[in-house]
Write a protein that binds this ligand. Structure first.
Ligand SMILES: Nc1ncnc2c1ncn2[C@@H]1O[C@H](COP(=O)(O)OP(=O)(O)OP(=O)(O)O)[C@@H](O)[C@H]1O
Length: 613
């Protein structure tokens, strides 16, 4: 009864949307503030880590100049002890750092995932219609993961790297300012080229997560629809679609590999050039007595300390940009209004068992194409209203308005005199029950699926509901009874069994307003009888809306609304509508004739009794 979800296939090039860095930065600041405690401890640990990391290269100068050149052997042991202690300190602070920061980051990721998931499920149905589920799963799982780099080791490494570079640089200036200026020129050129490279690479990284989401989304659909794929021998087609997507992903990754390895090669060249520079300029300085040999050796070590963070910063920079992009996509979800956003200001539902009234309701999915036109009717409390009409006439859409999945464009829907748009959604939905043609069951046990509508239900209540729905007779034949696993979407049950589980689920919910989308046509007469009986018991005393596919099942409805192209063209009881001899009678007689002649020979066509209505 629902329209197929729209969305691009992995082959399409989606429109690129620039990351809103300002908003992402604001969200980052909020996250950082939230985790300021562990970040502060992390920074202190990082400081200790980096400072202790300077001791070993710093001691080289003393070894060369004092111990080796001047022969002060008594200094060797203290220097060795200092270097050893510093290394121990470096190792333990690094361990503590990863403990504090990584755990904090994981906690933040979990929290963000939880918030995104909770938010996504509260978004309107139209959002799900227009967004692939793969993309939404990606938001919850991968994009949330990205913040590891913002509040985790990424940011600490960045800050730590900059700190080490600054300290090391100061020391380099002290050792030989001229050589340092020359080295910096090289490093600046390298930094500039790298910044340019990453500006180029950034959009490719952003594109990657999008491609990944699309490819896995499509993959999920193909797996979920495996039966349809097999029947229409679409394995090859799906293979082609996947291959295209996988290749797009490959091309994306390959292009970044080229970029990053080019940067790596450039780094080697620059380091080589700096090495040559140090040999030439430094060697001369030593020869001229401006520098000691120890100075030159520790200079080499410290240049390493400066250039390593530059390379690292660029790498972390990419990860942080990625994380920004992910946060920005998450922010979009947080900015999309949820269905129950202003529930607190809305009214409490006073009469769940009141009349349901449609008053001049218009509705459209696409602007300018009305799907429901001026719908006015009253469904008295406790009565059954049947909707009939040809395919696409708007029956499901009307039901979606009753379920508050969609809101009227103009006009009002009221329940017990209260406008649906002013009611607390949670209250209102709590009064609903649905049994649809394709009843969605979760991969769990029969009992869990029945209790889905009321998680606190006792085993006795579940079994009582199952009895009313005539589930008991087939469940008792399963070796595991109510503990039988139904499989994804309930594939391990027959269509009729699924239907009855859904009826039991609705019975347990004890709804005031009931929606039935009858699908009895595919069942044998025995199952149909049991299901019809179950539905009859379910309907008793509830305001029921039935989408009737077999008109013979709605003879007892209190009112029948005949929809055509979004308008109610006839209304009344079965008897009244038959007497009217209009559209309903045509539909009825045509269907009756089809049912009578189900086994006619080919060519013996059914002639409608009254083609004009
Ligand atoms: N989510 C949607 N977005 C855009 N158009 C939609 C959407 N759902 C339905 N439509 C369109 O609205 C019209 C009415 O569809 P609806 O599903 O309400 O018909 P129906 O009477 O329930 O049909 P059926 O008996 O075949 O289920 C159709 O033209 C359909 O294409």
């Amino acid at each position: 009864m629902t329209a197929p979800a729209t969305g691009s296939t992995p082959g399409d090039k989606p429109a690129k949307k620039p990351t809103n860095y300002k908003a992402a930065w604001a969200e980052t600041r909020r996250l950082m503030w939230q985790h300021r405690g562990s970040l502060a401890i992390g920074l202190v640990l990082m400081l200790v880590n980096r400072l202790s990391g300077l001791v070993l290269p710093g001691s080289v100068k003393w070894i060369v100049d004092e111990v080796l050149t001047k022969g002060r052997l008594e200094l060797l042991t203290p220097i060795a002890i200092a270097a050893g202690a510093a290394t121990l300190l470096q190792a333990s602070s690094s361990f503590a750092l990863s403990q504090v920061i990584s755990v904090a980051a994981q906690r933040a990721i979990t929290e963000l995932r939880r918030r995104v998931q909770a938010r996504v499920l509260r978004l309107p149905v139209s959002f799900f219609d227009s967004t692939q589920s793969g993309i939404l799963i990606n938001r919850v799982m991968n994009d949330a993961e990205g913040i590891r780099n913002l509040i985790g080791t990424g940011i600490i490494q960045l800050v730590g790297g900059m700190l080490t570079a600054a300290l090391a640089l100061g020391y380099l200036f002290y050792l030989n300012w001229f050589l340092t200026v020359a080295t910096l020129v090289f490093l600046a050129v390298f930094g500039g080229i790298m910044a340019y490279a990453f500006v180029k690479l950034r959009p490719i990284f952003r594109e990657r997560s999008k491609i990944q989401a699309e490819v896995s989304g499509r993959l999920g659909q193909a797996m979920g629809g495996a039966r349809v794929v097999k029947v229409y021998t679409a394995e090859k087609r799906e293979e082609v679609v996947f291959t295209k997507g996988a290749h797009r992903l490959f091309r994306n990754i390959a292009s970044t590999i080229t970029g990053t390895s080019a940067v790596g090669a450039l780094a080697t060249v620059i380091i080589g050039a700096v090495g040559v520079l140090i040999l030439v300029v430094g060697g001369r300085s030593v020869a001229a007595g401006e520098m000691t040999l120890g100075d030159l050796i520790s200079y080499v070590f410290f240049v390493g300390l400066v250039s390593f963070p530059v390379v690292q910063m660029a790498n972390i920079g990419t990860q942080i940009t990625e994380a920004f992009a992910g946060l920005d996509r998450i922010r979009e979800i947080f900015e999309t209004p949820t269905e129950d956003e202003d529930d607190r200001q809305r009214d409490v539902l006073a009469h769940a068992n009141g009349d349901v009234v449609f008053d001049k309701v218009w509705f459209e999915y696409r602007p300018g194409i009305p799907v429901l036109k001026d719908i006015t009717f009253t469904a008295k409390a406790g009565t059954t209203t049947a909707l009939v009409g040809s395919s696409g006439s708007g029956k499901s859409t009307l039901i979606s308005l009753i379920l508050a999945f969609n809101r009227p464009l103009t006009g009002r829907i009221t329940i017990g005199g209260q406008d649906l748009t002013t009611l607390r959604l949670r209250d209102y939905r709590g009064t609903l029950g649905v049994v649809l043609q394709d009843n969605f069951l979760f991969d769990g046990t029969v009992a869990e699926n029945i209790a889905f509508s009321r998680p606190g239900a006792t085993r006795e209540e579940i079994i009582a509901a199952a009895r009313v729905a005539n589930c008991d007779e087939f469940v008792s034949q399963f070796p595991d009874g109510y503990e039988t696993i139904v499989g994804e979407r309930g594939v391990k049950l027959s269509g009729g069994q699924r239907q009855r589980v859904a009826i039991a689920r609705a019975i347990l919910a004890d709804p005031q307003v009931l929606i039935l989308d009858e699908a009895t046509s595919s069942l044998d007469s025995e199952s149909e009888r049991t299901i019809r009986e179950a539905l009859k018991k379910l309907r008793a005393g509830r305001t029921t809306f039935v989408i009737a596919h077999r008109l013979s099942t709605i003879r007892s409805a209190d009112q029948i609304l005949v929809l055509e192209q979004g308008e109610i063209v006839e209304r009344g009881s079965h008897r009244e509508l038959m007497a009217l001899g209009g559209r309903y009678k045509v539909l009825h007689d045509t269907q009756h004739a089809v049912e009578q002649d189900l086994f006619v020979n080919p060519g013996e066509e059914v002639v409608p009794l009254d083609a004009n209505g």
